[in-house]
Ligand binder design. Structure first.
Ligand SMILES: Cc1ncc(COP(=O)(O)O)c(C=O)c1O
Length: 644
């Protein structure tokens, strides 16, 4: 199969629209030693023309001013003086001067000009602030913060709300333990003791195995877990940073990339690397486009265009790498990115477009072929985020759920991210970032040839990396095989489609679908009842862990193998009962997550950010066992000794 595929693929690559001349010109441009599929900018692009015009105007001003000052090139200076621009500028200036009070001398005039420039800059900043996103929200946030500083009553109220939120978080996140460690134990503990602690700490931690969790844990197959654990143990101390010490690991990593590239129909030019997760793949893809834009197009303020449903990892990348992420609207019915808005958002600073395959909130696949067409026409990168779709989207055709092309078969797709740690069923901590060619991938690497510790280079964000994850991912992929993934895709996608069909057929009165569930995510909301309260009822009463979405308020179920195998039948029944419970008494269910989301919607974003800060404080604060817990631990130990 793979041979057949690679033949098809090589045909595809010849159809990819980038001529070998493009590649050669890039290769010989001195930018990189390897060919690059993203073409170089045409000589007469709009951006270049604007740049040239700007530079010409600047030079003319300098030429005119200096020659006028030193009395050189009189003829040219006279010609410039009689030109429309200089005449108008002179007229304006003279009018201003004529009005200026007579006591102003030349120095004052220069000073005034400088002040005018500074004022213009300030005004421009004010304009961008006023026309920026969510002005009212930012204003309210700053106002509440300001008031809480100086008005004791407001401060008290904000503090009270914060305390309540923190208490809520502690209640749901911090689990008491019989023994806690905030310092090293004075003596090393025996491994049996350590294991006993682990057993006691994980005794009640079984929710993730029950098949009622949306995403997060993508399978619960004992045999796969065993393979991963065995291989993990063998490579526990390995580190891909030292390929000379672990040559077998180097081969495995290269094979993981090659296998994923082949799933996404890449040809022999396509390449990639293993990263720690979807977020790191996205960060590196964005960094690569930033560098490519800077080196090849001379863009200093790079912009990326994506839909409002794109994963937050792109916001993170924009934040980390000083890029601008322009988010455009989605179609209100299908949730696909709005192509008209993409075209309208293009600018001379755009370096890349992003298409999700599918996106996290509503599970809809963006129109990748159309995005690729725009990217090609404007010579931009196109990143396809298949982190979530991963091994599902790449096997859906074979599983009987055909999709329009979304991968390297589409000319114009220049990079793809895919997470084996999601539907590839690998242990957490692996993603693959692929590029159409090695030339683009070079922009992802970091090198520091002059470091006193030796020539340093690392392909991804981390330095040392867990080789055990690469090896166990490789082992899981071999254990599953192509057929294994096709079968799991059949089970998962069929389950998601059945659930979506029942909701759209009105099987759960009051609930309607949000977006188009293309793969495994089914998003829904209610027009009559608070959807977060319904989600809370699903959690408290039926132990479902669903994801809360916003703008619009909704909830989704990301179907995993465990959900499909264990809980599909229960889902619709539980949802129907939850709707009835909330309809009977909506207030009863506005607690926990529903309360936090409800509150977050009512307060400005800035205050929500403060709350999130508190959330992290709760996460990093260990529970300290008190006397009660210690007594319990001692009693347990005593019983264990007696049993021995
Ligand atoms: C579409 C999409 N992209 C990226 C990510 C980020 O992946 P990770 O959590 O592995 O960093 C996710 C995670 O759910 C996702 O759904």
């Amino acid at each position: 199969m793979s041979h057949q595929k690679s033949e098809e693929v090589s045909k595809t690559s010849r159809r990819d629209g980038h001529t070998s001349d493009d590649r050669e010109s890039a290769a010989t441009s001195g930018l990189s030693l390897v060919p690059i599929s993203l073409p170089l900018e045409p000589v007469f692009s709009r951006r270049r023309m604007l740049n040239v015009a700007g530079a010409l105007a600047n030079s003319l001003v300098v030429f005119y001013a200096t020659n006028k000052l030193f009395g050189r090139h009189q003829k040219l200076v006279q010609a410039l003086e009689s030109s429309f621009f200089v005449r108008t500028a002179r007229e304006l200036f003279e009018r201003l001067i004529a009005r200026a009070p007579k006591r102003l001398d030349t120095f004052d005039c220069a000073l005034l000009s400088l002040a005018a420039l500074i004022l213009c800059r300030r005004l421009f900043r004010l304009y961008t602030y006023l026309t920026g996103p969510k002005l009212a929200d930012r204003f309210m946030g700053s106002a509440v913060k300001f008031l809480s500083r100086f008005v004791p009553a407001v401060r008290k109220e904000v503090e009270k709300k914060n305390r309540e939120a923190v208490a809520d978080m502690e209640k749901s996140l911090v689990q008491p333990t019989e023994q806690s460690f905030v310092e090293l134990p004075p003596q090393g503990m025996k491994s049996e003791e350590v294991m006993r602690l682990i057993d006691s700490r994980t005794a009640g931690e079984t929710a993730w195995k029950g098949g009622k969790v949306s995403g997060a844990v993508y399978h619960c197959e004992e045999s796969l877990m065993k393979v991963a654990a065995d291989v993990n143990a063998k490579y526990l101390l390995s580190n891909p940073l030292h390929p000379d010490l672990f040559p077998s690991l180097r081969q495995m990593e290269a094979e993981v990339v090659a296998m994923v590239v082949s799933l996404f129909n890449g040809d022999s030019d396509c390449c990639g690397s293993v990263t720690s997760g979807g977020t790191e793949s996205i960060l590196l893809a964005m960094k690569s486009y930033r560098e490519w834009g800077r080196v090849v197009k001379g863009i200093e303020k790079p912009e990326v265009i994506a839909s409002v449903c794109v994963h937050a990892a792109f916001d993170k990348a924009a934040d980390y790498f000083g890029m601008k992420l322009i988010k455009v609207a989605i179609d209100p019915v299908t949730s696909e990115i709005d192509l008209k808005q993409v075209r309208a958002a293009l600018s001379c600073n755009t370096v890349a477009l992003v298409g999700s395959c599918p996106h996290f909130p509503h599970g809809t696949i963006d129109p990748i072929e159309e995005l690729a067409e725009i990217a090609r026409r404007h010579q931009l990168g196109l990143h396809v985020d298949a982190c979530l779709g991963s091994f599902l989207v790449s096997t859906m055709d074979a599983a009987g759920f055909p999709l329009p092309p979304f991968d390297f078969r589409v000319p114009g797709v220049t990079s793809i991210s895919c997470d084996p740690h999601k539907y590839g069923f690998a242990p957490k901590g692996t993603s693959v970032l692929m590029f159409r060619d090695a030339g683009l991938r070079t922009f992802q690497f970091f090198t520091c040839p002059e470091w006193t510790g030796g020539i340093y280079a690392s392909p991804t964000i981390a330095g040392s990396r867990p080789g055990a994850l690469v090896a166990s991912t490789w082992a899981v992929m071999l254990s599953m095989g192509y057929k294994g993934y096709v079968n799991s895709c059949k089970t998962i996608v069929a389950c998601a489609r059945r659930i979506a069909e029942r909701i759209s057929a009105g099987d759960v009165p009051g609930i309607r679908l949000v977006g188009r569930p293309d793969v495994s995510v089914v998003a829904f909301t209610s027009d009559a009842l608070p959807i977060y309260a319904i989600s809370e009822a699903m959690s408290k009463k039926f132990h479902w862990h669903l994801n809360s979405l916003q703008s619009p308020n909704a909830v989704h179920l990301c179907v995993t193998l465990a959900v499909a195998q264990k809980s599909e039948m229960a889902f619709i029944e539980n949802l129907r009962e939850s709707v009835a419970l909330v309809a009977a008494n909506p207030r009863e269910w506005v607690t926990g997550g529903a309360a936090i989301y409800g509150m977050a919607q009512g307060v400005p974003q800035e205050l929500v950010s403060d709350l999130i800060g508190q959330y992290f404080t709760v996460l990093y604060t260990p529970f300290v066992a008190g006397e009660k817990e210690k007594e319990g631990a001692e009693a347990l130990e005593g019983r264990a000794r007696e049993a021995k």
